[in-house]
Write a protein that binds this ligand. Sequence first.
Ligand code: FE2
Ligand code: FE2
Length: 353
Amino acid sequence: MNTLKCSRICITKCFCSSGAILTQHVKVVAQVPLSQPKWFNGFADTTIKRYINNSTGSDDPKLQIDHSPHFRETRPKTKKTNETTTTPETEGLSTIETALSEDAAEGRGMFEGGYRLPHPIWNEEELESVKITHQPPVTVVDKIAYYSVQTIRRGFDLFSGYTLGMYTGRLDEKQWLKRIIFLETIAGVPGMVGAMVRHLVSLRKLKRDHGWIHTLLEEAENERMHLMTALRVANPGIIMKACIMTAQGIFVSAFSLAYLISPRFCHRFVGYLEEEAVKTYTHCLKAIDNGELKMWKLMKAPEIAIEYWKLPPDAMMREVILVIRADEAHHRTVNHTLSSIKPDDQNPYPPGQ
Ligand SMILES: [Fe+2]
Ligand SMILES: [Fe+2]
């Protein structure tokens, strides 16, 4: 009875699995007792014959099983190693240390053999020229978006202690990190939801996307990299994780519904959200420069950030905040633009720009 049960499982696997699984089970299938019904024995026999003939290169088209893999990118496997190069020529070269680190691997873009989507790489002039700007709301939709963001921001600032901390000048690195981590988990949502909705609309309505999806995905990944960078210098506790999960549940549902109803509102909402993000990171930079965040003034940039934003090997935490702020300013411009054009207009932003 056990043999019968096992054989049936194996035959099911033969139908839905590759030849590799069949190899592992072929002996068990052959153990089907002769007392089984004829259809059962014949069934197992044919399956085994098909596999054997296919493995041996049979020309009979009826006996061919397609073993070709699904589309798969061929990538040379790099040997994982923790060794560090210690020859006199390479000693002290942080780029080599960086190239060997897993942290750095996570920050590498697809053109360097990594997985990250293209994104702008800012020069020093661009980084320092970012300004706090505001696009005045014109339409009713703009006003709803603007006042929604203002209400959420003020409520969150009060609840999280940011308002009091800024007033007293007592916000330390730990409080800044808590704020950054929580907000970046939210900031990564709109791009992904927008891209998903547009992708589904394209499938459902059988029409093209006009190039918006890639920009929205790039924004989502860029925000997630802000989060990954912050996580290199902090480790959120269980309460924080619970807050993040709750907030994501609420925000994903609300934003998805809103995007289905009015993409124009959603992009304007994100545009105003990014205006606030630029303000926050500008305050953070001031706090570093004023000496309120002494630890960050002396802290080296995490490797993931050096790799992702192509920072110099000796970059400091201040430069990380500068590039994040430049990204936020870019999202601000992109989302205000996407809100101002029609959903069927061509996306004016090429990949990585
Ligand atoms: Fe961000
Ligand atoms: Fe952002």
